[in-house]
Design a protein. Structure first.
Length: 505
């Protein structure tokens, strides 16, 4: 037997060990521990909330692939992914032509359902050239650690606001793109425009032959500003939509149906709405909210992992700052109950998605154009992970059953319900967008001008954020709100009574 020198043996062994360590560290990244935040108590289940990722810039859309990656957009133009096994993040691309201002920017995203075989990422973003604003639907190919080969599938008119939108895939493998009305409500009814519609495309961008009109992308019409879209296990399609001053909606989407905007808001319960509905094949929402909650991303939950939430729609809200669990009936076409979680706790919630194991992911939106009191929180914006827990580490949060009827509201509650999201709790508004009420000449001036503005609304061309009419409120409710704003934040104007309101209607 040959004799090997001891020094050579030791060197060789050291080299082998060193190479093994390097190979292991390169081939399998170390798992990143998640930060525990809270427990949640349901009827029989205990959940845990953890931070999957923090310090983001408005993660507008989140989507999970079938190979365990979570992709997300940030509104300024970045697309990244998180490996859900290692929790490591990788930025893939910043799209240079994204135009980001207030609600515009890099918005919706969807990944191909069979991502392993078709590694496509579909994104919707706004662009601006001179004074022309557009919304683009673009397909990228995922390769290595980047996105390449962009292909523009469709371009529709955009605006400073009301660009929508969300993207998903139907059960039949078609792209569904929910577009906003681009601040031109009448175009939602006009089939010559693609704004305010559900558009249906083949994955390559062509028009499906079985669309209502085989020469048109339009699948359904009559929408204002959709912020969420999801498909259930039975193939039913639901959207979430911002109303004007009233009637935020969740709608069940059907082929070639009309959803009413701008002629109808919410249920068909006014004489003129009933006439329009009978003439235009309109469909009522399955759920609506007044006061509004600003619904955002929506996802179907069809997992036994959290049995209490099985067969439900998970709805994130911005103004409402909550996660709503909307339980569906057995047919999957009607909402039978509503439960509210995390209200005013994590702030504005922008999107939600669910992985194959029933784990839920939610993105916050506390660094967007409309900051709320006490937000953003340290580490915002975040992507949160919600899953089943086998232990309780802190006093659990609980849900709140939504009230079936709206109770009487005092003046401060009315202001909170109808005014605070624009004019803010301190009455200072949002600079260059929503005017301040504190020290306002209109608020402190003659009552008639203020009353007419609230009853009729204000629509100035130079500012796309118009004030809607609040004529739907009762005379006493309007009087209470106007007294509140005329006698707060240093304002000292005279009171207004319900008789004055009635005289100006």
């Amino acid at each position: 037997m040959p004799i090997i020198p001891t020094t050579l043996t030791n060197r060789a062994l050291s080299l082998i060990i060193l190479l093994s360590v390097v190979w292991c560290s390169c081939s399998k990244p170390e798992n990143k521990d998640l930060t525990f935040l809270d427990n949640v108590k349901l009827e029989s289940s205990i959940l845990k909330v953890e931070t999957l990722q923090d310090s983001l810039e408005v993660p507008w859309d989140i989507a999970i692939t079938n190979n365990n990656f979570l992709f997300f957009t940030e509104q300024y133009g970045a697309i990244s992914y998180i490996n859900l096994e290692t929790h490591q993040q990788q930025k893939l691309l910043v799209i240079p032509e994204v135009w980001h201002q207030r609600t515009a920017g890099l918005l919706a995203m969807a990944v191909h359902p069979d991502f392993k075989q078709n590694p496509y990422v579909y994104v919707h973003y706004t662009t601006k050239t001179d004074t022309l604003i557009f919304n683009k639907l673009v397909r990228y190919t995922f390769k290595g650690d980047t996105l390449e080969s962009p292909k523009e599938l469709l371009k529709v008119k955009g605006f400073k606001a009301h660009n929508g939108g969300r993207i998903t895939f139907s059960k039949s493998g078609k792209i569904l793109w929910a577009t906003g009305d681009a601040y031109h409500g009448d175009e939602s009814q006009d089939l010559n425009f693609l704004n305010g519609k559900i558009l249906r495309l083949n994955p390559d961008g062509s028009i499906p032959a079985d669309n209502p009109n085989p020469k048109s992308y339009v699948w359904a019409r009559g929408f204002r500003n959709m912020q969420g879209i999801t498909v259930t296990n039975k193939g039913n399609v639901f959207t979430s939509e911002h109303g004007d001053a009233i009637e935020d909606e969740v709608n069940l989407i059907e082929k070639n149906r009309n959803y009413g905007w701008p002629a109808i808001e919410g249920l068909h319960n006014l004489p003129e709405e009933i006439v329009f509905a009978q003439a235009n094949n309109t469909k009522e929402p399955v759920k609506s909210w007044t006061p509004v909650i600003a619904p955002a991303g929506i996802a179907y939950y069809g997992s036994a992992s959290i049995p209490e939430w099985n067969n439900s729609l998970l709805l994130t809200t911005l103004k409402g700052q909550s996660l709503r669990v909307l339980k569906l009936n057995e047919e999957g076409k009607a909402i039978v109950s509503e439960e509210i979680f995390f209200e005013n706790y994590y702030g504005r919630l922008r999107d939600v998605c669910v992985d194959a194991n029933g784990v839920i992911y939610i993105s916050t939106s506390n660094k967007d154009w409309k900051p709320q009191v006490d937000f953003p929180l340290p580490g915002d914006d975040k992507i949160l992970k919600i899953s089943i827990s086998d232990k309780v580490l802190k006093k659990p949060l609980t849900g709140l059953k939504a009230q079936a009827t709206l109770q009487h509201l005092n003046a401060a509650q009315l202001y909170q319900s109808y005014c605070v999201s624009c004019h803010q709790a301190d009455g200072k508004g949002v600079k260059d967008v929503f005017p301040a009420l504190a020290g306002s000449a209109m608020v402190n001036g003659p009552s008639t001008g203020l009353i007419k503005a609230v009853l009729n609304g204000i629509n100035r061309k130079e500012n796309p954020q118009k004030m809607p009419s609040f004529a739907f409120l009762k005379d006493q409710e309007l009087a209470d709100i106007l007294i509140y704003i005329r006698q707060n934040w240093g304002n000292q104007a005279s009171k207004i009574n319900e008789t004055e309101i009635a005289q100006n209607r």
